[in-house]
Ligand binder design. Structure first.
Ligand code: ADP
Length: 248
C-alpha cells in the first residue's frame, strides 16, 4: 500500500513538473515577440509612426493570446476538480445543445449547420450547465476551424436508457491515426504553426475531455484524413424513477 502511494505521488510530481515545463514553453514565444517589438521601438522604431503602430498592434495581439492562454490553463486546472465541486449539478442537455447550435448558426453565416435532434423533451444530465456549453463550444469551434471547402457542420442529439449523446461532425481536414492518440493531450496541435494562426493554444480538447470525464461521461473521436471528424460526447442521464414507473 505504501509503495503504491509513493508511486502515485511520484507520478503526480512528474505531471506537475511537466505541466510547468509545457506552460513555460508556450509562454516563451509571445513574450519573445513582445520583447522584440519593444526593443525595436526603444532603439529607433518609436520615431517612425508606421513601425510604431505596427509594433503596438503586434504586441497587443500577442498579449491577447497570452490572456487566452492563461484563461485556458485556469480552465484546465479547474476541469480537474469538477468531481468534487459540481457533483450535484443537473442540466437540460437538449436546451444547451440547441442554444449552442443556434449561436453558431448566427456567428458563422458562411457555414451550413445541420441539426438532427432526437430529443423531443428536456433531457436532464448530470453536468454543470456552463461546462456542457464550454465543451460544445470547443467542439463546434474546432469543427469550423478545421473545415476546408465543404463548410458544413452537423450536430446530432440522441439518448438511450441511461445516456445522452451529442455528436459534432465536420467534413474538413481530418486527423491521422497517429495524431488521434495525442489530440487530447494539453498543448498538442497537429500543425503547430498553422493552428497558432487560427488562435489555438492546443488546450481545448484537453479541457473538454477532462470536463466530460469528471462527470463520468466519455468524449470519443473518429476521423479520416481529408474527409472529416466526428466527436461524440456521452453523458449519464438523470433518471427519474417515479416518472418511468408511471409510464410503464
Ligand atoms: P486548438 O486550440 O489548437 O484547436 P484543441 O485542443 O482544441 O486545440 O485541438 C488540438 C488539435 O487537434 C488541433 O490543433 C488540431 O490539430 C486537432 N483538431 C481538433 N479538432 C479537430 C477537427 N475537428 N478536425 C481536425 N483536426 C482537429
Amino acid at each position: 500500500l505504501f509503495n503504491d502511494m509513493l508511486d502515485r505521488m511520484q507520478r503526480y510530481i512528474e505531471q506537475q513538473q511537466q505541466f510547468v515545463e509545457d506552460v513555460s514553453h508556450e509562454l516563451r514565444t509571445p513574450v519573445a515577440i513582445i520583447q522584440g517589438h519593444l526593443d525595436l521601438l526603444n532603439r529607433w522604431g518609436k520615431d517612425d509612426p508606421e513601425i510604431l503602430s505596427e509594433s503596438i498592434a503586434a504586441s497587443l495581439q500577442e498579449i491577447t493570446r497570452m490572456k487566452s492562454l492563461v484563461q485556458e490553463m485556469l480552465d484546465l486546472s479547474r476541469a480537474e476538480q469538477v468531481e468534487v465541486q459540481f457533483a450535484q449539478e443537473e442540466t437540460d442537455a437538449r436546451e444547451v445543445g440547441l442554444q449552442v447550435f443556434n449561436n453558431f448558426q448566427m456567428i458563422h453565416p458562411e457555414f451550413t449547420f445541420v441539426l438532427d435532434n432526437d430529443l423531443k423533451k428536456p433531457t436532464i444530465t448530470k453536468i454543470y450547465r456552463n461546462h456542457l456549453e464550454q465543451v460544445l463550444i470547443i467542439l463546434m469551434d474546432n469543427a469550423v476551424k478545421y473545415s476546408r471547402e465543404r463548410r458544413e457542420v452537423h450536430m446530432t442529439m440522441a439518448k438511450d436508457q441511461r445516456h445522452v449523446q451529442i455528436v459534432v461532425q465536420d467534413f474538413g481536414e481530418g486527423i491521422s491515426e497517429e495524431n488521434l492518440a495525442k489530440i487530447f493531450d494539453r498543448f498538442y496541435r497537429v500543425d503547430k504553426a498553422r493552428s497558432r494562426d487560427k488562435g489555438g493554444n492546443g488546450l481545448g480538447l484537453a479541457i473538454a475531455r477532462r470536463l466530460i470525464e469528471g462527470y463520468h461521461g466519455k468524449l470519443a473521436v473518429e476521423s479520416v484524413v481529408n474527409q472529416g471528424s466526428v466527436f461524440r460526447i456521452t453523458l449519464p442521464l438523470v433518471t427519474e424513477p417515479k416518472e418511468t414507473e408511471n409510464k410503464a
